[in-house]
Design a binder for this molecule. Structure first.
Ligand SMILES: Nc1ncnc2c1ncn2[C@@H]1O[C@H](COP(=O)(O)OP(=O)(O)O)[C@@H](O)[C@H]1O
Ligand SMILES: O=P(O)(O)OC[C@H](O)CO
Length: 494
């Protein structure tokens, strides 16, 4: 039987496992949604035990569907929702609390207080990030301060922190390996992206003991072996990257100037800046896109918290549609003369606004407004937010920002949205045949390390587009539509 690679994609709303062959064709998929906990307004938690059991179940299901003999699975790649924090007891392996999810805003006041003290430039300079509750650092501090006895245990070296990749590696290796990769480390607010080390000064400011933190490795590296009881054989774990970085790899954005945007729960655009860390002057993030052979490649990133999540809200909250896919058809029926704008600030606004306290609003409603206009406004909001990000990027990198955008993720399946995106950005939008580029990126990293797949340059040549969306809207209409959006955001933030 031919060799196989198992990619684990642990996302915000579901865990997926995809078995790939060594030409990176998906052979079988397992997927399981898990529970979201919203204990208070703006708080979002996951149960780490459910994350673990869903990962095990989806891997086993994908391997079963692929009829894979355990000995033919040569490598495991892991990609994950980033920033989400788990802290567990090193002796028992038990988490001390639920995972605090990247969308969680409970540390907004804590971050604001650090900003008041003028500390944001220091954090930005070292980590490329902003003092926003989005990132792991303030969530770790919250757990240490709010879970009884946690700080003492941490100071005695009895606790371990990890983003989801790290927690899964710990569990898969039977507690032998406490490690993460440079892309996940670069999202914590604790990791110096220039020196490639945990930063003692930032640890001190946030009150995080060094003993909590994992070892940081390349994206293609030795992360230990999964113990045999999980999948019937010991399998090397050798590819790890945060999901947005894995999508950048899966989209083969290896050259400076290449850009991808992934439309899942949120939307995250990464623009490759090569071996140079470009610091944004326009409220974007600087992050590690990937690290191979000890050399980091950097990216500018725009992060939007709500993209597909707004479509889910239409489906599950308002019950305007039965499936996410119906929103495109509904939007087509909308009255072109109505100017309805939805600003989906359900958990605040990310790039380039970074307003943790903002909440969503709809503007321009009339008696004539129907579900169709609301659906259109929802899909459009994702495109306008991408334009906001791109405007900031173009200011940072000039005309290099006027590039083709490679898209992926569940929402990129919507032709209506992708055409509107090309129109509003005034840039071509390319969609590959496989929208699961996140898992593909993780599989590629694992296959690269296992010696099954070629170096990035040759892998990039295999990238194909399924469809290009070319801008068709006239400039006057584009400017008017976008001006309506910026006006709506201004009113919301006033
Ligand atoms: N055809 C579609 N049109 C609009 N939105 C869609 C469509 N298909 C899926 N989505 C949205 O995409 C998201 C799922 O994408 P996915 O990449 O699986 O997300 P995640 O990895 O964040 O869980 C959901 O929020 C869903 O509402
Ligand atoms: O789970 P996703 O695909 O929405 O991605 C979440 C991001 O990694 C958060 O930074």
């Amino acid at each position: 039987m031919a060799d196989l690679i198992l990619a684990i994609d642990q996302g915000t709303t579901s865990s997926r496992a995809i078995v790939f062959d060594t030409s990176l064709k998906p052979v079988a998929v397992g997927q399981q949604e898990f529970k979201q906990f919203y204990p208070r307004s703006g708080w979002v938690e996951h149960d780490p035990e459910e994350i673990w059991s869903s990962v095990l179940a989806t891997c086993r299901s994908a391997l079963r569907k692929a009829r894979a003999k355990p000995s033919t699975v040569k490598a495991i790649g892991i990609t994950n929702q980033r920033e989400t924090v788990v802290i567990w007891n090193r002796r028992t392996g038990k988490p001390i609390h639920k995972a605090i999810v990247w969308q969680d805003r409970r540390t907004a006041a804590f971050c604001a207080a650090l900003k008041e003290k003028g500390l944001e430039p220091l954090f930005s300079k070292k980590t490329g990030l902003l003092l926003d509750p989005y990132f792991s650092g303030s969530k770790i501090a919250w757990l240490l301060d709010n879970v009884k006895g946690a700080r003492q245990l941490a100071e005695r070296g009895e606790l371990a922190f990890g983003t989801i990749d790290c927690f899964l590696i710990w569990r898969l290796t039977g507690g032998k390996v406490h490690a993460t990769d440079a892309t996940n480390a670069s999202r914590t607010l604790l990791y110096n992206i220039h020196t490639g080390a945990w930063d003692e000064e930032l640890l001190r400011i946030l009150g995080v003991p060094r003993s909590l933190l994992p070892d940081v490795r390349d994206c293609a590296a030795d992360f230990g072996h999964s113990v045999a009881e999980h999948f019937g054989a010991t399998i090397p774990i050798c590819g790890v990257a945060g999901d947005q970085q894995a999508a950048t790899i899966g989209q083969a954005c290896f050259e400076p100037g290449m850009m991808k945007a992934t439309y899942g729960t949120g939307c995250f655009a990464l623009f490759n800046t090569g071996p140079k860390a470009v610091m944004s002057h326009n409220r974007l993030l600087t992050t590690i896109a990937y690290q191979l052979d000890g050399k980091p490649t950097y990216a500018l990133e725009g992060a939007i918290f709500v993209a597909g999540a707004a479509v889910q809200w239409l489906r599950d909250g308002l019950k305007l549609v039965k499936t996410a896919g119906e929103t495109g058809k509904l939007a087509e029926r909308a009255d072109p003369n109505q100017s309805v704008y939805l600003v989906p600030a359900f958990v605040g606004l990310g790039a380039p606004y970074w307003n943790a306290e903002a909440r969503g609003a709809v503007f321009g409603l009339t008696r004539a407004t129907t579900a169709a206009e609301l659906a259109r406004a929802t899909l459009e909001s994702v495109c306008y937010q991408t334009r906001d990000m791109l405007e900031a990027m173009r200011k940072d990198v000039g005309d290099a920002g006027r590039t083709v955008l490679r898209v992926d993720g569940g929402m990129s399946a919507s032709d209506w949205t992708m055409q509107y995106l090309a129109d509003i950005l005034d840039a071509p939008v390319d969609r590959p045949p496989i929208l699961e580029t996140t898992a593909l990126g993780a599989a590629y990293l694992a296959g690269l390390q296992a010696g099954l797949l070629p170096e990035p340059g040759r892998f990039a040549k295999t990238w194909r587009k399924q469809k290009r969306f070319t801008p068709k809207m006239n400039a006057r209409l584009r400017d008017a539509r976008y001006a309506g959006w910026t006006n709506a955001v201004r009113k919301l933030l006033a």
